[in-house]
Write a protein that binds this ligand. Structure first.
Ligand code: PHE
Ligand code: NA
Length: 446
């Protein structure tokens, strides 16, 4: 089935999908959400959400994309023409666009920190002053915008270069590099004095957290975000797949790597945080304030640690950002009949422009401008994470569970006549939609 679209190789697809999943969500977001929500109790609920909801929905996205062989809107329409399911596709394009707008801003901060460690600028910051250092940077105007734009130029350049020569090639370089750096950092972190305390925080649950509904909402939100679900990134990537890829095993691989990556990132961060007597619940500033304080106290090794850590986060963010851009680029290519190059530049420029208010909202010139009481970046983050992604995931689960002919769905997934296939369909019919609906209601009411 060749309709002139580019194709991933099998390995290229797995690496690209892992690259999409592994990102700021695993390091920046996972560590502060886990830190805020009680560590181990959160981790346990999060892992449940990953397997009960995330894995079935991920497989559903792979299946829709490979069957549809088009961008997210086109794939829904190809499988189920003249039906309202494509609304899920439009929601996906909107989510991908919105998420990338602020993802680029935060990735820009990461690149700025990398730069500051490389040039030695962080060496002049005194103990206890990293909060001011970070605050002064994100509270500026030219700074955050400059680093956001720089990061977005890399994102556009990769998507511009195509599925094989851009997305596949970059992930083939980035993913092994990520694994090596992460394992090195975790190995070092575990030798620190606070390693035991860090491990306890991450692996010994505080049972009272299970009674708090907020922890469940945080866990499911994190599960969607971290697996790149609910907005068509995985649908779009799977649309570049050859027919002979084993989808269930690909989905299992992505979930395994993403979860491992988050946990090992926790093994890097929490031992270090406890060793130097800092707070794990520091919120979004955890990797930008708390960790640099840690690096500062490590002496000479701290600079190397800082460089490697921010380099790691930067390439993880880059491989995720390209999957976000690809969703809208693939959509625009089909919809307006644009070339890939034109689409990458135009869509990339528009997303970047839309991200500028986010870049200026964190103490900068636009910090007084709020939407529902939230600064621009936080408003876009909340809107997508609490409402759009779960809603998108709900549509995807219901579509494969109830909308798409069961026999065809199972056939596309390679699970015909298997117990696993039956389980998958019923998870998509009942378990995932119920779980998502409850969380959506909690988010709307809360
Ligand atoms: N999964 C990515 C992360 O963990 C974020 C992302 C979300 C990427 C949605 C693509 C789509 O950082
Ligand atoms: Na992730």
């Amino acid at each position: 089935m060749s309709n002139g679209r580019e194709r991933f190789s099998k390995l290229g697809f797995i690496l690209a999908a892992v690259g999409s999943a592994v990102g700021l969500g695993n390091v920046w977001r996972f560590s502060y959400v886990a830190g805020d929500s009680g560590g181990a109790a959160f981790l346990l609920i999060y892992i449940l959400c990953i397997f009960l909801v995330g894995l079935p929905v991920l497989l559903a996205e792979f299946s829709i994309g490979r069957k549809g062989q088009q961008d997210v809107v086109g794939s829904f329409n190809a499988i189920s023409p003249q039906k309202p399911w494509a609304i899920g596709g439009f929601l996906g394009v909107a989510s991908a666009f919105l998420i990338l707008s602020f993802y680029g801003v935060i990735a820009g901060w990461v690149v700025y920190f990398l730069y500051s460690y490389v040039t030695g600028a962080t060496g002049n910051v005194g103990t206890g002053e990293y909060g001011d250092f970070f605050g002064a940077f994100i509270g500026g105007a030219a700074g955050p915008v400059f680093w956001q734009v720089l990061f977005m130029i890399f994102v556009v350049a990769i998507v511009f270069s195509g599925v094989k020569k851009g997305i596949e090639l970059s992930n083939k370089i980035f993913m092994p590099l990520l694994a090596v750096i992460l394992i090195f950092l975790a190995g070092y972190s575990l030798t620190l004095d606070g390693a035991g305390e860090g491990l306890t925080f991450l692996f010994t649950p505080d049972w009272s957290a299970f009674a708090q509904p907020g922890v469940y909402a945080a866990a499911i939100g994190q599960a969607f975000f971290t697996l790149s679900l609910g907005m068509g990134a995985m649908i779009t990537y799977a649309s570049y797949l050859p027919k002979d890829t084993n989808l269930p095993s690909a989905a299992g691989t992505v979930v395994t790597f993403d979860t491992l990556f988050a946990i090992v990132a926790g093994l890097v961060i929490f031992p270090a945080v406890f060793t130097f007597g800092l707070e794990p619940g520091a919120g979004p500033g955890l990797i930008f304030i708390t960790l640099p304080e840690v690096f500062n106290q490590m002496g000479g090794a701290g600079t190397l640690f800082g460089i490697l850590f921010f380099f790691l986060v930067a390439i993880a963010a880059l491989s995720s950002a390209i999957s976000l851009l690809e969703v809208s680029v693939a959509y625009a290519m089909r919809k307006f009949n644009w070339t890939r190059r034109f689409s990458a530049v135009v869509v990339g420029a528009v997303v970047t422009l839309f991200g500028i208010p986010s870049a200026l909202s964190q103490g900068g010139p636009l910090s007084e401008f709020t939407i529902f009481g939230l600064p621009f970046l936080d408003a876009v983050d909340t809107l997508t994470d609490k409402y759009f992604l779960p809603l998108g995931g709900l549509v995807i689960a219901l579509f494969v569970g109830w909308g798409w002919n069961k026999v065809d769905a199972l056939k596309e997934t390679g699970l015909t006549n298997s117990a696993l296939g039956t389980a998958w369909i019923w998870f998509l019919r009942i378990v995932a939609p119920l779980g998502i609906a409850v969380i959506l209601l909690l988010n709307i009411l809360g």
